[in-house]
Structure formats: structure tokens, C-alpha cells
Ligand binder design. Structure first.
Ligand code: SF4
Length: 68
């Protein structure tokens, strides 16, 4: 799974980076920088909480498994 940002909603206060520093950093303006690494099972619950905590509802988790 991956985390995606809706840039039309994000206000750049960086809460998500504080909640999920394993995958999200912030740029010099406070906007999230999300790495390409998969959200593996060990981080999934944490990632869901981060998505839920975004005050702008700007984050979502997407399943990036290749179609079979
Ligand atoms: S928590 Fe939401 S609004 Fe805040 S920086 Fe992250 S994505 Fe943007």
C-alpha cells in the first residue's frame, strides 16, 4: 500500500510527518514528502491512523498490488 496526498486539500502543517515519520518527511515549507517505499503490514495500522488524523482529509491509502 501507498499513501497519497490530495494537494488541493493539504494545508502543509506537517502533522502527518510527525505521526508517520517512517514514511513521511516534510519539505522546507512543511508539505509532506512521501517516499516510494511500500506501507508494509507492520506499518499499516499506524498509516491508517495517520490518514484518519489528517485535519484536511487530504490523505488516503491506496492498494498498489499489481493486477493478477
Ligand atoms: S496532515 Fe494532512 S493537511 Fe497536514 S500536512 Fe499532512 S497531508 Fe497535509
Amino acid at each position: 500500500m501507498k499513501i497519497e496526498v490530495d494537494w488541493t486539500r493539504c494545508d502543509g502543517h506537517g502533522l502527518c510527518a510527525r505521526l508517520l515519520p517512517e514514511r513521511i518527511a516534510v519539505d522546507e515549507w512543511g508539505f509532506p514528502v512521501i517516499g516510494d517505499a511500500d506501507i508494509d503490514a507492520s506499518l499499516r495500522r499506524h498509516a491508517r491512523r495517520t490518514v484518519s488524523a489528517c485535519p484536511q482529509l487530504a490523505l488516503r491509502l491506496t492498494d498498489v498490488r499489481a493486477p493478477s
